[in-house]
Design a protein around this ligand. Structure first.
Ligand code: NAP
Length: 236
């Protein structure tokens, strides 16, 4: 039975690039996002390119605890040992704290932070027992930078990095690696509507590549944080 890589928000963008990257390495995958058509299409693409792998999908709104737990149950029932868990699903609602729409804080905290708390809680126990695995948390440069148009997104991502650091400490004795990824502007749907040229953004495949590289290192080494930005710097 092939080892499993679990990815939230895998239908598009960085999550999709991660799924493609790990599939090419021969891992089976458990993927979720809200849009079932994206998941079906990706499953079809991955299983035709890599017929040896299994791809489990479940439409899931990770801002809802019950749905995160149902996704975790699907993963557990699949029976493959979880090798890598990637908390990637996230939503970016630009705005300022004093002006952003009502509920922006709750939506981004529930989607970006709580999901990345509930899923490891559900999936880590067997990994701890097996003393094996790697958790990646897709944070952001907004985890360490107070952007004026970042509003509650920054709040959620600062908190996510804090949580990721705590998990790293907790998992040390259990031989489970925890890595926080802090990407800057990456060309995905998050930037739909922007009129900036492609050259101002990193490709999502580069984020996937640094995750794969961090995973490939010896088990005696953990890359704790990766900060990556477009070559031309932050979008101001
Ligand atoms: P994206 O292209 O918009 O893709 C986000 C993925 O997450 C989609 O598959 C989306 O699918 C899914 N998703 C969104 N809300 C969800 C929910 N409530 N439940 C389940 N799935 C959900 O975004 P991205 O840019 O790849 O972002 C991925 C992660 O990277 C996020 O955590 C984001 O904060 C982080 N990040 C992005 C950038 C950037 O510049 N793009 C920079 C730093 C960090 P559905 O809509 O179908 O659910």
């Amino acid at each position: 039975m092939k080892k499993l890589v679990v990815i939230t928000g895998a239908g598009k963008g960085i999550g999709k690039a991660l799924a493609q990257g790990f599939a090419a390495e021969g891992f089976s995958l458990a993927l979720c996002s809200r849009t079932e058509a994206d998941l079906q299409q990706l499953k079809q693409e991955l299983t035709s390119a890599h017929p040896e792998i299994e791809v489990y999908i479940r439409p899931t709104d990770v801002s809802k605890k019950a749905e995160v737990l149902a996704f975790a149950e699907m993963v557990t029932e699949a029976g493959n040992p979880v090798e890598v868990l990637i908390n990637n699903a996230g939503v970016f609602i630009p705005g300022q704290i004093h002006q952003e729409e009502e509920g922006a804080l709750e939506k981004q905290i529930e989607t970006n932070l709580y999901s990345a708390y509930y899923l490891p809680r559900a999936l880590l126990p067997p990994m701890v027992e097996a003393k094996r695995g790697h958790v990646f948390n897709i944070c952001s440069t907004a985890s360490i930078t107070a952007y004026t148009n970042g509003g509650s997104y920054c709040i959620s991502k600062f908190a996510m990095l804090g949580m990721s650091k705590v998990l790293r400490e907790e998992m040390k004795p259990h031989n489970i690696r925890v890595t926080s990824i802090l990407p800057g502007a990456t060309l995905t749907n998050s930037w739909a509507g922007s009129d900036l040229p492609e050259s101002r953004f990193m490709p999502p495949e580069d984020v996937a590549e640094v995750v794969l590289n961090a995973y490939r290192l010896s088990e005696r080494t953990v890359v704790e944080e990766i900060l990556m930005r477009p070559q031309l710097g932050d979008i101001g």
